[in-house]
Design a binder for this molecule. Structure first.
Ligand code: TAP
Length: 517
């Protein structure tokens, strides 16, 4: 029961469709959770061609949560065919923009009804602290769907007064059209939120989609697929293919029938993807990549707030945050005080079971990532930065790393230049009053995702905002991302925006129609 039938039902307010699938059922976090473990293609949960599977691990205790089907190249082909059919001939192509919006609102409502289950699944799969998963990973995902659902019937072209072909007259107008079948490839740090940021804009614009979530965290994407059926999204509109980047991801980015690829992940893989998009069929591409975002703290700021927000700028979501402040520059006259206070406060962070409501710092996402972070710390120590706090793996099951603070970091050091993507604060000093110097050092990176500044001097803050080479600037705050504000990087942090009205452009094409009369 799909499409128009469901819309009619929605209008009448009765219950939408259920879907049968091979379910994983668990009791955890004082609730029962249930989710699929197969591929989702053309509205059905199916095993992969060849039957290959992989295990997904709970990073809090290193246990296997379940095995998940692993998409093959043939599965990608099947999903693209389904998405193409849905785009060209399915109900999705026939319903009005407003009805499309209603379906997306319905989906958001279902996500809201299942928010605790989704947050629990996200927490056990990614190590996100449950309270944060509920508020951010899931909460912001729901807001994103609502925001873009509202855009569906507001996507419009323009009328343009072009020159006439005398004696006749001419008139031009533009149509904003969906690009067609889109591929999305997402990382593991906010699995459901990365899906939502891209897919909500993509579907609001009227496209159909295939997503390959990060292999290490595929579960909320599959639960989401189940909810999309319940919401009445027609078959083929959404397809979810858990699996690896090298097989399913690369098949998606090189597929001749995919017209747009939206990617969030590392700069290295972003380059591989852009090349494959170009060589296959010159598909449209947007890239949200790595960052090494500077946070500058001037001596005239509210220091207590700078300490509190400075910690969040690094330790939020255990540092697995693309806009995390990769480097803190602190003005000389408050430097010692800042370091002292930040170390004192960091010692108090409650590390532990992410499902425990009093925990604020959970395990790193997966073992390979934890190992990379431990190496990062080792390099920092070897290069002579001062390890003020942390740096060690916790002596307990799970991939726990102590929140870590380095001070005295100099520009030439590896940890001053490379992104850690973990809970590692990197603090450097700058000379009193040297705005130009700290701007030069802040911009001396190929990344340009985010930035921040703490000062009570408005003109200093505005000069910083003007001259910093970053897609986002926070003044006296940090991590303040909102669904209505465009988000994305400069330089090798990528191009193309998620969120806000601008995100729709990534999933639309403009057609100019000219009439002579
Ligand atoms: P990546 O290794 O780049 O992986 C991202 C996604 O790409 C995963 O789904 C991955 O699949 C897939 N992939 C890998 N190789 C591929 C290939 N050859 N072709 C197609 N797809 C491929 O990044 P990550 O380790 O998951 O995430 C960390 C990075 O993401 C950091 O650098 C971080 O800054 C960045 N990030 C950026 C943002 C924004 S908004 N700018 C947000 C979050 C994260 P597998 O699952 O098999 O690895």
């Amino acid at each position: 029961e799909f499409g128009l039938a469901v819309i009619l039902k929605l209008r009448g307010g009765s219950a939408p469709a259920e879907i049968k699938y091979r379910a994983i059922e668990l009791e955890t976090n004082n609730m029962k959770i249930k989710f699929p473990c197969q591929l989702f293609i053309d509205g059905q949960f199916v095993d992969s061609e060849g039957g290959k599977t992989f295990e997904t691990i709970n990073p809090a205790d290193e246990s296997v949560i379940c095995t998940v089907q692993y998409a093959s190249i043939k599965d990608v082909d099947k999903a693209v065919k389904a998405a193409k059919k849905a785009f060209e001939k399915g109900e999705w192509s026939k319903i009005s923009a407003r009805e499309r919006g209603q379906l997306l609102f319905k989906l958001a409502d279902l996500m809201y009804q299942h928010r605790e289950e989704l947050a629990t699944i996200e927490s056990i799969d990614s190590g996100a602290v449950y309270t944060l998963a509920l508020k951010t990973h899931v909460g912001m995902s729901i807001e994103t769907w609502r925001y873009f659902a509202g855009w569906c019937d507001k996507i419009q072209g323009s009328t343009i007064p072009i020159n006439h072909a005398r004696p006749n007259r001419n008139f031009s107008f533009t149509r904003r059209e969906p690009v067609g079948v889109c591929g999305l490839i997402t990382p593991w740090n906010y699995p459901l939120m990365m899906l939502s940021w891209k897919m909500a804009a993509c579907l609001a614009a009227g496209n159909t989609v295939i997503i390959k979530p990060a292999q290490v965290c595929p579960l909320t994407a599959l639960k989401f697929a189940e909810l999309s059926v319940k919401a009445g999204i027609p078959p083929g509109v959404i397809n979810v293919l858990p699996g690896s980047g090298t097989v399913a991801g690369s098949a998606l980015s090189s597929h001749p029938d995919v017209r747009k690829l939206g990617f969030t992940g590392s700069t290295d893989i972003g380059k591989v993807i852009m090349k494959s998009c170009a060589e296959s069929n010159l598909k449209k591409v947007s890239l949200e990549l790595g960052g090494k975002s500077p946070l500058v703290i001037f001596n005239d700021c509210d220091l207590e707030k700078a300490v509190r927000i400075g910690m969040q700028s690094v330790f939020f979501n255990k540092g697995e945050n693309c806009i995390a402040a990769g480097r803190l520059f602190v003005e000389e006259s408050v430097y010692d005080e800042f370091v002292k206070r930040v170390v004192l406060e960091t010692r108090k962070i409650a590390i532990g079971d992410p499902l425990n409501r009093s925990t604020s710092h959970g395990p790193q996402n997966h073992l390979a990532h934890l190992k990379k972070l431990l190496q990062y710390v080792e390099i920092g120590v070897k290069e002579g930065a001062k390890l003020e706090h942390g740096g060690k793996r916790l002596n307990r099951p799970g991939y726990f790393l102590e929140p870590t603070i380095f001070s005295g970091v100099e520009d030439h050091m590896y940890i001053a230049k490379e992104e850690s993507f973990g809970p590692i604060m990197v603090i450097s000093k700058f000379d009193d009053g040297d705005l130009d110097g700290v701007l030069r050092r802040s911009n001396a990176t190929e990344f340009g995702l985010a930035s921040g500044v703490f000062t009570r001097d408005l003109s200093k803050a505005m000069k910083f905002a003007e001259r910093i080479e970053a897609g986002t600037v926070f003044i006296n705050t940090y991590n303040k991302t909102d669904v209505a504000a465009p988000f994305g990087g400069f330089k090798q942090s990528g191009f193309g925006k998620d969120l806000g009205q601008e995100a729709l452009n990534e999933y639309l094409k403009t057609k100019t129609v000219t009439i002579e009369y």
